[in-house]
Design a protein around this ligand. Structure first.
Ligand SMILES: C[S@@+](CC[C@H](N)C(=O)[O-])C[C@H]1O[C@@H](n2cnc3c(N)ncnc32)[C@H](O)[C@@H]1O
Length: 281
């Protein structure tokens, strides 16, 4: 990540880690560059109305990936953002990534409460500055706050705001903020192109995983209750088949779940339903 190599932060904090996509990218860069940065990822791991639910399983999975690779310089802090403020001295954070709840009120609160923690080299990254859908107000807050500080706005994807809240930046960071119109266009284009290529690699890996899972699908379907029922249909004919798989008589007051088939899970292409291999009677 260019901002990490340009700023060489001593302390990096992310607000909103979730499953760790951006946080682990920061950690990976920090580890590779070896500038001695310490990293802190803060999240309640309770999810929110926009990110959805995060479970204890997600946090455990993240820890299993994160701790052995990055545990020597990075910690996952399970806390509300407000609750974690006391962990950091004023003026101590060089790079802060804000990616929590994206309403105008939440993002302005997060920025204003963490601003005193920023150092004189401080840079704050705002995620989602270019998302206009209902409930997202980072774009609006970004319009206001970027008018007061040196900044760079990247518009591709969901948009990223880079805000210089300090007064003493390394040269590479200063050059980013002072880019003229032409350079700005080049910078935006470059990061857009770079992002698109990284995204393509990510898509490749994720589709390879799906493909590997689909390869097991044929064997799974062959063993499933649906196929056993189908074999019965072929050998016993329709009358025998329906008699065999007819739902059990209902007890008085019982209501039949029409979405299920003879008490079996509804027919879907969801592997986990097909996989149950429930015996027909
Ligand atoms: C958009 S997700 C973060 C995405 C993450 N940066 C990534 O790359 O996948 C937002 C996260 O912020 C957390 N969150 C939102 N508001 C919070 C608050 N006030 N305190 C602690 N965590 C919060 C949620 O639990 C959720 O996991």
């Amino acid at each position: 990540m260019f901002i990490v190599s340009a700023l060489r932060p001593g302390v990096l904090v992310e607000l909103g880690v979730y499953r760790g996509t951006s946080y682990c990218a920061f950690c990976q860069t920090v580890k590779k560059l070896g500038f001695g940065t310490t990293c802190h990822g803060v999240d309640s791991w309770e999810g929110d109305g926009q990110a959805g639910q995060v479970s204890a399983v997600d946090l455990a999975r993240l820890k299993a990936h994160h701790d052995p690779l990055y545990g020597s310089f990075s910690e996952l802090v399970q806390s509300t953002f407000d609750g974690a403020l006391d962990h950091f001295a004023d003026g101590s954070i060089d790079l802060l990534h804000i990616d929590g709840y994206h309403s105008y009120e939440a993002v302005s609160h997060d920025f204003e409460s963490w601003l005193p923690k920023m150092s004189e080299r401080g840079v704050v990254l705002f995620h989602d500055v270019n998302v206009r859908q209902s409930g997202f107000g980072v774009w609006k807050y970004w319009e206001e706050v970027s008018a007061k500080y040196k900044h760079l706005t990247l518009l591709h994807g969901h948009g990223l705001g880079v805000l210089g809240v300090g007064s003493n930046f390394p040269e590479d960071v200063r050059e980013l903020f002072d880019a003229d119109k032409n350079d700005l266009l080049t910078i935006r284009n470059f990061f857009h192109q770079l992002g698109a290529r990284i995204d393509a690699i990510w898509q490749y890996h994720s589709q390879s995983e799906q493909f590997a899972e689909l390869k097991t699908y044929e064997a799974t379907v062959k063993k499933s209750w649906v196929m056993r029922a189908y074999r019965m249909l072929r050998f016993k004919g329709l009358a025998g088949f329906t008699r065999k798989i007819r739902p059990a008589p209902m007890k008085s007051g019982e209501k039949r779940d029409e979405s299920s088939f003879n008490g079996l899970p509804p027919l879907t292409n969801d592997r986990h339903n097909v996989d149950r291999g429930v015996e027909t009677r």
